[in-house]
Design a protein around this ligand. Structure first.
Ligand SMILES: Cc1ncc(COP(=O)(O)O)c(C=O)c1O
Length: 392
């Protein structure tokens, strides 16, 4: 085969989620779409907020010359300025537009960062369970993703992080609220993380970047606040997108924000502007860059996710499932009632319920339910969840 060796191995590795997705497709063909309860993918089912749709219609009618042309690789200056003001308000630190790069989603931003800072063999340390695509993003840049255990409730294990940092660690990557666990890291944890990274950077004689991937920042419940890493560590980069909070993942729009006091900040920003271009993104989509500054404070109506979360939490708890109630995201990550999460996910499939085994996220013994589905799907799936756990 003429496919690159590492891509061949990744094709095998990524097959678990694809398998679940395909299983869902097969079951839907057999039993009908309404009779299969597909919780496999974090593809939000809610419509975008009305403001977004209105602004999109308006922006798509604009006709100024050059409006569809190339632009600076980091994005429209006006968009970056608006985003910087938004980030400054929400992260309690003053940023300028120069510290923002508009990207093709959070995924694009992570690839841009890794390509800019990793030398071949450099390590990205991530608490597990984690969003499985990180493996591929690190490898795209010749880096290696290393995992570090979290506490039983999926909070950061700071001692384990300290022990896992090696001379090759270049990036510590966190994701809060977390996919797949739904956990959110409190301010004290981030403050300690900042402290330990300052010490580790000094010990190893190079900057260790803290990258915070936070596309779920606004998908939170019960009024919880998501603290910002920008308040606790200068060598930090926030990565996010509008995929989840505006329900527009197909539009590929996001950004990264660099701490104003980062060491060698302008080199870092120049490098990332270059890689945004050379990785083939060139620039984030122009139309979206004209729309999002007008809807920065808008977010999806959380009522459906809130209802789905309560339905699942209350009922699965009463059936005997064990899990943390997720403070954020639209994921629930229960323990598998049997050790073999793959076997339990297969048992759920017999109930026409599609979930993803924790093994797919470096979290064996658990399974993930993505509840960004209709309330009817959740309600109809509940008896199957009850029957499945009763079998064991
Ligand atoms: C934790 C996490 N990071 C990044 C992404 C990629 O999102 P985007 O659509 O912004 O590239 C996802 C998507 O599901 C995610 O869950």
């Amino acid at each position: 085969m003429s496919i690159a060796d590492n891509i061949k191995s990744f094709m095998g590795k990524s097959s678990l989620i694809r398998e679940m997705f395909e299983k869902g497709t097969t079951l839907k063909a057999k039993y009908g779409v309404d009779n299969v309860y597909d919780f496999s993918i974090g593809n939000p089912n809610l419509p975008p907020p009305q403001e977004f749709t209105q602004q999109l219609m308006q922006s798509s009618g604009e006709l100024e010359p050059g409006i569809h042309g190339y632009m600076p690789n980091a994005g429209y200056p006006k968009t970056k300025q608006a985003v910087a003001e938004f980030v400054s308000r929400n992260h309690h630190i003053n940023l300028t537009g120069d510290e923002i790069i508009m990207t093709c989603g959070a995924a694009g931003a992570l690839n841009v960062i890794f390509r800019s800072v990793l030398n071949p063999g450099d390590e990205v340390l991530v608490p597990a369970p984690y969003f499985v695509e990180y493996d591929f993003y690190a490898a795209n840049a010749g880096g290696v993703l290393k995992t570090v255990a979290t506490q039983p409730d999926f909070h950061l294990d700071l001692d384990a992080i300290t022990e896992s940092i090696t001379p090759r660690t270049k990036v510590v990557l966190i994701n809060s609220p977390n996919n797949p666990t739904g956990q959110l890291y409190p301010a004290e944890s981030l403050a300690h993380l900042g402290e330990l990274l300052r010490e580790a950077s000094e010990r190893h004689g190079h900057v260790i970047y803290l990258v915070s991937d936070e596309p779920y920042r606004r998908i939170v419940y019960d009024g919880v606040q998501v603290p910002s890493i920008l308040e606790y560590y200068n060598e930090s980069i926030v990565v996010t997108s509008f995929s989840k909070d505006l329900s527009i993942p197909g539009e590929r729009i996001g950004y990264l924000a660099v701490h104003p006091a980062a060491t060698d900040k302008s080199d870092l920003l120049n490098a990332m502007t270059l890689t945004n271009r050379t990785l083939g993104f060139v620039n984030a989509p122009a139309l979206m860059q004209r729309v999002v500054p007008k809807v920065l404070d808008a977010s999806v109506d959380m009522t459906v996710y809130t209802k789905n979360r309560s339905l699942l939490v209350e009922n699965l708890d009463s059936y005997g499932y064990k899990f943390i109630t997720p403070p954020g995201t639209f994921y629930l990550f229960p323990q598998s009632p049997i050790k073999d999460d793959m076997a339990f996910v297969a048992a759920l499939q017999e109930e026409r319920i599609i979930t993803v085994p924790g093994s797919a996220f470096g979290g064996p013994g658990f399974f993930r339910i993505a509840f960004c589905v209709s309330q009817k799907t959740v309600e109809n799936a509940l008896p199957g969840f009850e029957r499945a756990i009763k079998r064991f």
